[in-house]
Design a protein around this ligand. Structure first.
Ligand SMILES: [Zn+2]
Length: 292
């Protein structure tokens, strides 16, 4: 174990446990094919094994992993990475529908609006979403995380997974929201399946076609070979910014005219009367008198 990884693991003991029960439909969103597996394989396995429907959304094909490649080689790499994700999910035992957004790898910051529009539809039914940590130092990861938070319904529980934070950020950084961190402990079987899933991303483990270094060398991979995965709980999005109410009340103490509008006064009186009737019972909700 490298000294970097040792420093991280010492921070991970005692985190509250992430509870995988109770979810019906999870959508895991990734910037590149492999993020979801590196960041949350064990959690996805557990959700899937609990009977939860699993969808995976991948913003790009990851074709720009090796920037020196020409257009034709990039297209080939993108195809290869799509196949790698299918194989990876298969060996992890995760039966998931994969949605490819086909946006340009390393250029996702310029396509945030398209992402938000696509994600709005894909997340409409999700009660759980796993997204890249919005403060991840990789710009693609960061914009995908932010787009998810802009698109997710207020009823969706959003949890973010870090990827490049482990490699590029110091563990004492104030950017890391440790107070929102939860840990999920992988069983030996889950850890084994995760390892097989990571090994399926062969293009990221070997040297690039241009001879450049692997994207996932051993000192990066060791951050994902732990018995614990970490998620940050993302606060729920406010449906209306608080500033809107401050503006409304700044110039008028009763912006809804509850005191001088006949309609508002009548609505309030009707509501209060209904509440009183409900407390004592009404002809239509009073318990039936038992037959004698
Ligand atoms: Zn990535």
């Amino acid at each position: 174990m490298t000294s970097v990884e040792r420093r991280w693991t010492s921070r991970l003991t005692g985190l509250p446990a992430f509870d995988t029960s109770g979810y019906r439909h999870v959508v895991a969103v990734a910037a590149h094919p492999d993020d979801e597996t590196l960041g949350a394989s064990g959690i996805l396995q557990a959700l899937h094994d609990n009977g939860c429907r699993v969808d995976v959304v991948v913003a790009s094909d990851g074709e720009a992993a090796f920037p020196k490649l020409g257009q034709r080689e990039r297209t080939e790499l993108g195809h290869r990475r799509r196949l790698e994700l299918a194989e990876s999910l298969r060996v992890q035992g995760i039966d998931a529908e994969v949605h490819w957004l086909g946006l340009p790898d390393s250029g996702l910051t310029e396509h945030a609006d398209e992402m938000v529009a696509a994600l709005r539809e894909l997340l409409a039914d999700a009660d759980c979403c796993l997204l890249p940590w919005p403060n991840d130092p990789h710009p693609d990861h960061s914009i995908v995380g932010k787009s998810v938070l802009a698109a997710a319904p207020v009823t969706t529980h959003c949890w973010s997974y870090p990827i490049w934070m482990w490699h590029w950020t110091a563990e004492e950084s104030e950017e890391i929201p440790w107070r929102h961190a939860y840990g999920y402990e992988l069983s030996p079987a889950q850890r084994h399946r995760k390892s097989s899933g990571v090994q399926a991303f062969v293009s990221q483990l070997e040297r690039g076609p241009d001879g450049s270094d692997p994207i996932l060398p051993p000192d990066v991979l060791e951050h994902f070979d732990r018995d614990c995965e970490v998620l940050f709980r993302q606060p729920r999005r406010q449906s209306t910014p608080i500033g809107r109410f401050q503006e409304l009340y700044a110039g008028n103490a009763d912006p809804w005219h509850t005191k001088d509008s006949w309609y508002e006064r009548r609505k309030r009186a009707t509501l209060l009367a209904a509440l009183r009737a409900n407390a004592t019972g009404t002809p239509w909700n009073r318990p039936a008198t038992p037959a004698r």
